[in-house]
Design a protein around this ligand. Structure first.
Ligand code: SAM
Length: 259
């Protein structure tokens, strides 16, 4: 069952299409959606105990993938408030086509930003520029939209040691093999990225929904920063990992508050 109205962080198991349909309309401030990217192969990881983890990411054609995603984006639009917004995280494979879907569902005048997440790590390429970024497409629902510009360290010599407003290029390293936040769930995004996005686009106390939550990064970021996070994933392993992370986050907060 989908909690409504939301008063607590939660992670639900199932296809987000069905879970979204069971939600109250206009109940969410922000959706951050990080769907499978249509890589054409199974995404694999490994738990700390060495057990295999993963999810399927193969569609017969890109058009079938886009039809699948469009249906879910339409369902996401229904649950967003009139002053809500959406961030859709994709990559070079489909971002140009997903932007057209968002133009269609939200209106091209509702486009806000094409955010580049520049993650740095990984190999190089001999025959082209190495692909080192993902695309996060930001759309609003209506005329009003909450936004608090994130501040990042300035890089110019003149501004040395000071903060400046972030641009639409976010240079944040992806999670390395030794990172303590690593869960082993494939394609886990860094908390630092989600903390920045949540703080910038969800009002304090507001509701953020992640319909493809995987290891629960968005829900943890929401809880950490005084927002209400709701996650959904169809894979039971992802849901278990996300719930464990959320419980750990809640435990460390309670310990902090008590001590
Ligand atoms: C790119 S991963 C998300 C990673 C996540 N942002 C994190 O930080 O761990 C995509 C997720 O979508 C989930 N997924 C795929 N199809 C789904 C569906 N129809 N409904 C809900 N979740 C789905 C997969 O199980 C996978 O966990």
């Amino acid at each position: 069952m989908v909690p409504a109205p939301f008063d607590q962080n939660a992670v639900l198991e199932g296809d987000c299409l069905a879970l979204l349909a069971a939600m109250e309309e206009r109940s969410v401030d922000l959706i951050y959606a990080d769907p499978p990217f249509a890589t054409g192969r199974k995404r694999s990881g490994r738990s700390e105990e060495g057990d295999p983890l993963g999810y399927d990411d193969a569609w017969p054609t890109l058009n079938l993938y886009l039809d699948w995603l469009r249906e879910r984006i339409v369902a996401m639009r229904r649950v967003l408030r009139d002053d809500g917004a959406i961030l859709v995280h994709v990559d070079w494979r489909a971002s140009h086509r997903v932007r057209l879907i968002l133009d269609d569902v939200f209106g091209e005048e509702r486009f806000v930003n094409h955010i580049v997440w520049s993650y740095g790590l990984g190999g190089s390429a001999a025959d082209r520029f190495a692909r080192k970024h993902d695309d996060i497409l930001y759309y609003g629902c209506g005329d009003a939209r909450w936004f608090e510009p994130p501040m990042v360290p300035a890089t110019s010599r003149r501004m040395q040691g000071r903060l400046k407003k972030a641009t639409d290029v976010l240079a944040i390293p992806s999670i390395n093999n030794m990172a303590t936040e690593r869960t082993g769930w494939p394609d886990q995004k860094p908390l630092k990225l989600l903390e920045l996005l949540v703080n910038a686009t969800v009002p304090p106390g507001g509701v953020v929904l992640d319909p493809f939550c995987g290891s629960g990064t968005t829900v943890v970021a929401a809880r950490r920063h005084g927002r209400i996070g709701l996650g959904m994933d169809r894979h039971p392993d992802a849901v278990r990992i996300a719930r464990d992370r959320l419980a750990e986050e809640a435990g460390s907060n309670d310990a902090g508050e008590g001590g």
